[in-house]
Design a protein around this ligand. Sequence first.
Ligand code: HEM
Length: 365
Amino acid sequence: MRLFMSSENFNIKLEEAVSKTAEAMLKETGPFDPKPYMFFTTLNILGGMVFGTKYEYNDETYLEILNKLEEFSKLASEGIFLENMFPPARWFPSKRFKRVAQVFKEFIDIIRYNIKKVEDEFVPGKITNFTESLLQAEKEMREEGEENMDHFKHHNLVLTVFDIFFAGNDTSRQTLYWALMYITGLPDVQHKIQDEVDSVVGNDRYPATSDREGLSYTDAVLHEVMRIGSVVPVGVPHMTSCDTTIDNGKYDVPKGTMVFINHWGIQNDPDNWEDVEQFKPERFLDKGGKMAPKPENWLPFSAGRRVCLGEPMAKPELHLILAGLCQRLVMEPEPGTSINLEPKLDGLILVPHPYKIVVKPRINP
Ligand code: HEM
């Protein structure tokens, strides 16, 4: 991941993705829901990094993956699966469990198909994407007679690529959907981002990683979006590796207990945050208007050894997508409506109420 983040490659992918999205949005002739466009953007960045793919809006492959993601998220958000809490229930799986397993399989098929395409064109030693670097590592380990290679099946490679692709795309697109809701619903916030981008970047090039330090307000907006709109509200399951206690010994937690971290709770606890329900990006800035040290209760990527491994990529990616979209577009609510900024409970998670926007070009690129 570091290899693909550090190079100029990342800025090029960002610019290509944001400009394609802005261009496609400007072709809309009436109000539209920006949700598919957010996936279009992240897919062009992550798909490029993982497989070297590029997509056009209305491309069938892109739409197929989007529909599967939507179905998967919907099925997963409808509640916990009895089959996960009580594995013998898998002998008589529910309709929902069967469908989620089927969608998962179809996802894996898409990943396999893309890996095969990379494999067919792979020239050992020439690494341009994440899949190629895994294929190269596999090849070298086999040649060097690395121990335990019998345990490394092709399926492991497929699942590793799937993990990155799924965890990276779904979280990023949902975060951007929250972000657009706030910057469209709160025009002052949008104007401040635009002023900042104009003064730091100008309008004859796209924002790049070297601009990030100057784009503190935009970064603060992203942090505030991620504080309220937690897209992984209770993280992923963990298991205690020894007997332990929490809350100064108040609760015993035996070894082998499945535990979750309530990220949303930490980030929306009135004891931790002033004016907790208000959208206030300034809370992340110091007196000089620069990003202040990260508050210890801001934990959307979790913490510790299993902290999200995509964090070093997601932060610059989302920061610069927001800056780039605000640089190119004026985003307004559908005429005659206002955007409902109250989060909506959808199954087990909070999501934005669906909303529509209209966009106009800000500058002539
Ligand atoms: C808004 C963006 C993102 C958020 C909020 C987010 C959040 C999280 C959270 C809460 C976890 C669970 C950590 C734990 O076990 O306690 C996680 C794990 C993970 N994330 Fe992210 N993530 C984001 C973007 C990404 C991206 C862009 C990638 C890949 C490019 C990625 C790849 C992963 C992977 C592979 C794991 C599992 C890591 C492990 O178990 O060791 N994530 N993420």
